[in-house]
Write a protein that binds this ligand. Structure first.
Ligand SMILES: C[S@@+](CC[C@H](N)C(=O)[O-])C[C@H]1O[C@@H](n2cnc3c(N)ncnc32)[C@H](O)[C@@H]1O
Length: 352
């Protein structure tokens, strides 16, 4: 097998015939644990965000929640169930849409719509947890003369070699988003133009509301010098072999994605980012232990609260899920700079 550019190799390994994410025998949850799988508290936080968007939009007749890269629909299942329990009137107005390249799982309730491409979200929330890190990308590495070149890979063995120097658009992207990097031999970067394009298109689907991307990510202040591409298989981190046997993931240049969406969509009113830890704290998820007194007054309640505190701690752990970044873009709503910034208060504004 000939060597391929990494983007083509990832595309085939993840989404080609029998690709890692699209074959029927296993979903993402079989291989790694996202925040969605870690705890229903995550869906609860997304529901709180949904309710805030609903208010900012003056409670439209129909409010869409669109989950991009929905896995097997786990987030929308939990969100829909929680909405019925805490706010049935909102639940009646919710349209829940899963966007996923894998087929609709059998047995998924009819109240979740399933599509393989992003459709219009006239009013609502577009949410993408761990989607962009799986959007295939090119990888660049500096050769012995200090020239950044595409990295090519043999899909059968994972062996790499360097290919052509970067074309003009990728070289320009690298200069803009990794300034001063890839000057020393063996420095690497995952090139973000495909992720930028994907995110700009996603945000462009939102008529009014909020778009949020949550991912392993970096910004200009903390770019990794040697790349981040890695693999996951059945719970283990493995060498990133593009043979369909494992997940292939590379951290996202989140500021570049937000910037691309802002440039492409004049209706974007605010571009903000923060850590998952801060975002979830603002949405009421924190790992505080319940008061000890509860153990005697309500032992079962105490045990439940303790378990929930443990899950919240996992979702917000620095160095773990809590260090993921959340990027948020408001579309045609002004709430983020009013006194009522709600859960987006205190987030950092994107500096392009
Ligand atoms: C890491 S999984 C995340 C699943 C889920 N969001 C979660 O957090 O548990 C990434 C998912 O994104 C899906 N995906 C990747 N690119 C996509 C695209 N362009 N459109 C729809 N789904 C996509 C993959 O098939 C995979 O199921």
């Amino acid at each position: 097998m000939n060597h391929l550019p990494w983007r083509a190799a990832m595309e085939r390994a993840l989404y080609g015939p029998q690709g890692f994410f699209v074959r029927e025998d296993s979903g993402p949850a079989t291989h790694f644990r996202t925040s969605v799988h870690a705890s229903p508290l995550f869906a609860g936080a997304v529901l709180r965000l949904t309710r805030w968007v609903d208010e900012a939009l003056d409670r439209p007749e129909q409010l869409t929640v669109c989950d991009v890269g929905a896995g097997r629909g786990e987030l929308l299942l939990a969100l829909g169930a929680q909405a019925r329990a805490v706010d049935p009137a909102l639940a009646d107005r919710l349209r829940l849409v899963a966007v996923e390249r894998a087929a609709r799982p059998e047995g998924l309730p009819a109240w979740i719509a399933w599509t393989d491409r992003i459709e219009a979200v006239p009013a609502g929330l577009l949410f993408a947890n761990e989607w962009l890190d799986n959007v295939p990308c090119e990888i660049a590495e500096t050769d012995d003369d200090g020239v950044p070149r595409y990295v090519l890979v043999d899909p059968a063995t994972g062996a790499e070699r360097l290919g052509e120097p970067l074309d003009a658009p990728d070289a320009a992207w690298l200069r803009e988003w990794f300034p001063g990097a890839l000057t020393e031999p063996a420095e690497r970067a995952e090139l973000g133009r495909e992720r930028d394009r994907a995110w700009a298109e996603a945000v462009g689907a939102v008529g009014r509301g909020l778009a949020v991307a949550v991912d392993y990510a970096h910004t200009r202040a903390d770019r990794p010098p040697f790349g981040t591409l890695t693999g996951y298989r059945v719970g283990r981190q493995v060498e990133p072999a593009p043979d369909g046997s494992c997940d292939l993931t590379a951290h996202v240049a989140l500021d570049a994605c937000l910037d691309a969406a802002t440039r492409a969509n004049p209706r974007v009113t605010h571009s903000l980012w923060t850590t998952q830890r801060a975002a979830l704290h603002a949405l009421g998820v924190n790992g505080a232990r319940p008061p000890l007194a509860l153990a005697s007054s309500d032992p079962a309640g105490y045990v439940r609260a303790l378990a929930s505190a443990g899950e919240a701690a996992e979702l917000t752990a620095t160095g773990g899920l809590g260090s993921f970044l959340w990027g948020a873009q408001t579309v045609d709503i002004q709430a983020a700079d009013s006194d009522d910034a709600g859960p987006l208060g205190g987030w950092q504004t994107l500096v392009s």
